[in-house]
Ligand binder design. Structure first.
Ligand SMILES: C[S@@+](CC[C@H](N)C(=O)[O-])C[C@H]1O[C@@H](n2cnc3c(N)ncnc32)[C@H](O)[C@@H]1O
Length: 277
């Protein structure tokens, strides 16, 4: 039970799904409701139907639609989450592409990067592996629907909770403690470009056939079947031939017909763009 009228709520969730690909059931619907209440009060609206009308027809609808992702996305993330996949990149993907990487940077996309902990953790891993000494450079694009999270990623200033998997040594090495939190050291910010993008309706900021690998972790669990298909097709277009797609541990392309082949790498399943795709 959410407390809101079910039919009215469906109008709104259908609109959110159409725009951003996100779906809501069970607890996620309740979370959505709890985030909506204060916004309805601020706008002096009586109910969800009025809010829906506002989003469709109000002169300020564009700015309201732009702030909607901050209310409807789950942005949970932290530094060094699922680092096993960084090891796969370092020990399998990079050695395999070493020849090509003599003449150009390694290019990676972090799709759905939230406040940047994932791309910055990867940047730290690449630095620690001494790639720069081996003459390998990199560019990490990192995008998210939620502009508030992207602003945080660009500031690279983090609360304690983002560092929950960092021991004292990691805190000292990678961050500078400031009154408002932990600022990532400049060295690890270089080569990482964080920008806002709706991947379900991409605005052109995501490159075409440019990435060696894409990390899209813990995003697909929130999207509709249709958005799932369009995201996977976007990733196939954005990867170089035989590029790799890394998903979160509860996400999978098994049992789906896509432009990717599941491949075992270091004991884990990763997805490789088919040569013919
Ligand atoms: C749970 S976070 C995952 C963060 C990080 N990848 C990780 O695994 O720690 C999921 C992110 O996907 C983003 N997202 C959801 N729908 C999106 C869309 N249509 N386009 C871009 N990002 C989206 C959300 O804003 C959220 O920050």
């Amino acid at each position: 039970m959410t407390g809101f009228d079910g039919a009215e709520l469906k109008l709104l969730t259908d609109l959110i799904e159409e725009r951003f690909g996100l779906t809501f059931q069970g607890i996620r619907l309740e979370i959505l409701e709890s985030k909506l209440r204060p916004r309805l009060r601020e706008l002096h609206l009586a109910g969800v139907r009025d809010y829906y009308q506002y989003l469709r027809f109000h002169p300020d609808r564009d700015s309201e639609l732009a702030r909607l992702p901050a209310m409807v996305t789950n942005n949970e993330t932290y530094f060094f989450r699922e680092t096993h996949q960084f090891d796969l990149l370092l020990h399998h993907v990079i050695p395999e592409r070493r020849g090509a990487l003599r003449g150009r940077p390694l290019r990676i996309l972090s799709a759905g990067c939230s406040s940047g902990e994932e791309p910055y953790s990867l940047s730290i891993a690449l630095h620690n592996a001494g790639l720069a000494l081996a003459g390998i450079t990199w560019e990490i694009d990192a995008c998210d629907l939620n502009h508030e999270r992207i602003a945080r990623a660009q500031a690279a200033l983090y609360p304690e909770s983002s560092l929950r998997a960092c021991d004292a040594d990691a805190r000292r090495r990678y961050f500078v403690q400031e009154p408002d939190g932990f600022r990532l050291r400049d060295k690890y910010r270089q080569g990482v470009r964080c920008f806002q993008a709706n991947l379900v309706s991409p605005n052109g900021s995501v490159g075409w056939s440019v990435y060696d690998a894409i990390l899209c972790r813990n995003l697909l669990i929130y999207v509709s079947e249709e958005a799932f298909g369009s995201l996977i097709a976007l990733f196939a277009r954005s990867l170089l031939p035989q590029g790799y797609l890394f998903l979160g541990h509860s996400e999978s392309l098994l049992d789906r017909k896509t432009a990717f082949a599941p491949t075992m790498m270091g004991g884990a399943v990763v997805y490789r763009k088919l040569a013919a795709a």
